[in-house]
Design a protein around this ligand. Sequence first.
Ligand SMILES: [Fe+2]
Length: 297
Amino acid sequence: MKLKITNLTKHTGVKVENFDCSKRISSDIFLDIKNLIQEKHFICFKSQSIDEESLVNFTRNFGNLETYPEKDKTKGKIEIFNVSNISSEGIHLNEEDPRVVLQKNNSRWHTDSSYRYYPALFSILYGKEVLPRVASGGQTQFSNMLLAYENLPESKKRLLEPLHQVHSYNDIRRIEPSLPELSYEEKSNFPPVTHPVIRVHPDRQNKKSLFFTSNTSLEIGGMSLKEGRDLHSWLVNYVQNPKFCYTHQWEPNDLIMWDNRVLLHRVIPYNYTKFRRAMIRGTVEGTSPVFGPFSNI
Ligand SMILES: [Fe+2]
């Protein structure tokens, strides 16, 4: 069997229309998917019918699954992360509910699990309930950090090269203060980590990309608070340039998969009270720390 593939943009994303992700995958298809994700960083598998179990099984093809840091606050299966303003019992949650506040935080550019020393490799997200096409927002937008790095002025590359950002799960509370405190155990299991702002990719002939997030901190280290915040805002503004981006307009039963080493993503804010949006995510654990220009690779 051959995958039927359509490019979504020149630089990022393909659509696959003839593969059922709930079935066992052959070694040929596995290799095709691995090559596609390496080259195009994003795949949308159309017309899927996925439950938690089949999502876990499909995700497991690509590595070990992450489990969520907060003890069972948002999900059923421990390997499934609910990206949803709907409770696991199907109730549309109000905007102040911490589970919805976390969804709002997802509208800031990020990669999944940057707060881990080994951040997530792939995320695989299934749209159970998506916004109607006429609604404003709800899309997932991606920005290609290889391309963003390539297009940086040389002076900016030099400035960013030695810098790190602090990524801290607990610091989501600094950005979204209404969230309830983490337990001592939850905090201790996920202490802050730092990652280089310029990322080196050993499996791409040491090509470089940008690597920063805005959902766990809004500063860059190694400079004064003001300079760090100003630089961070500059980066946020820079990566949303449409020439680096692909915006995924969800259709029911889309299953999307992306490479967190290359793409930042965010949800475009929507009316959380008016619309239901329910997605489940399986996340493939990273297999190495983030390498920077001064790492011993
Ligand atoms: Fe995310």
